[in-house]
Design a protein around this ligand. Sequence first.
Ligand SMILES: C[S@@+](CC[C@H](N)C(=O)[O-])C[C@H]1O[C@@H](n2cnc3c(N)ncnc32)[C@H](O)[C@@H]1O
Length: 382
Amino acid sequence: MRLAPVLSSAYLGWRDRLAGNAAFRRWAGRFPLTRWIARRHARALFDLNAGFVYSQVLQACVQLDLFAPLAKGAQGTAALALHCRLSPERVLVLLRAAAALRLIAPAGPDRFRLGALGAALLDNPAVLGMVRHHALFYRDLLDPVQLLASGGPGQLAEYWAYVGTSPDNAGPAAARVADYSALMSASQSLVADQILDAYSMAPHRMLLDVGGGEGVFARAALQRHPRLQASVFDLPAVAARVAMAPGAAALATRLRGIGGDFRAGPLPAGADLITLVRVLHDHDDDVVRAVLRAARQALPPGGVLLVAEPLAETPGAEPMGHAYFGLYFLAMGSGRPRSFAVYRDLLAEAGFTRVRQRRTAIPLQCSLIEAHVGDRGDVTFG
Ligand SMILES: C[S@@+](CC[C@H](N)C(=O)[O-])C[C@H]1O[C@@H](n2cnc3c(N)ncnc32)[C@H](O)[C@@H]1O
């Protein structure tokens, strides 16, 4: 038995027993050398307990479109009350709450301006759309124990119209895919550049973006690489939207939408690069295995597969994985957050080689895994 893990586990057990002792916590809060730790823990626990309230303050700001008037400069409480159609008294409750959360900031007596976080929301349909969408998710979380006990799905499954459908039918109707397709297109700005910066598509000839939605990511790739051609493979009702999306006409000769179901058969051949952007985490392991096998079969020797999504166990962004997405997918009724190690095994099982993780600018939003068809090689992080 190795000594280091035994000592470390003994130390952690001792530390947890101390933290669980009320008398020790009282002492640590008063003793100068431990006070900062006690305060940090108290704050972390308070934030966990109050997180839903913070989210709802943000939700109210977004629903009331509070940031738009502040984009023009500092405003008085009376003007903001008029804008929000709330009494000055009530708007002040919201303004003070939003200021405490750095969404806005005080700018003199009875005046407020944009804060660091509010400014980042301006002209940011990606995050604004996600905030609005969370009103639905949080309904499913009102009784988390019930959600865990039932195993889902909640109302989120209605929103993501592909959840629970059978691969044999024609897929969800056009009206049922419109909302999620628009949300995905709006939020592509959070990921497309990160992927294209992390991996150069210059050596490739033909991209197949599987589950590519309305084609926002494929169009960003085509704009960056003028010699590239692309297809977007998605459910028929979504693939039909590729040609109608803004900016589609200018790239019509280089991009087409192909309707199909990736659970139901092979993927179209001809591409030397396949991308799966924010797709796999939506699906259970059996579907993921089938999609990866189909991608492996569709690619020629030397072909590359890119898997891009927020990964579980990402250093520095741990709560995003098993906490946020873990419960999100439970409410959705499909999928699970996976770490790089889990994908590495699934990709190797599907026959891919040289599986490596590429660095992206903000791994909280998007990580990138590259896998090859051909020579066997190391699994690396770089
Ligand atoms: C979460 S969205 C991601 C869209 C896009 N890749 C992006 O990042 O904006 C998942 C996409 O996968 C598509 N999809 C889900 N199940 C599918 C299936 N069985 N066959 C083909 N596409 C599917 C959905 O229609 C949707 O466009």
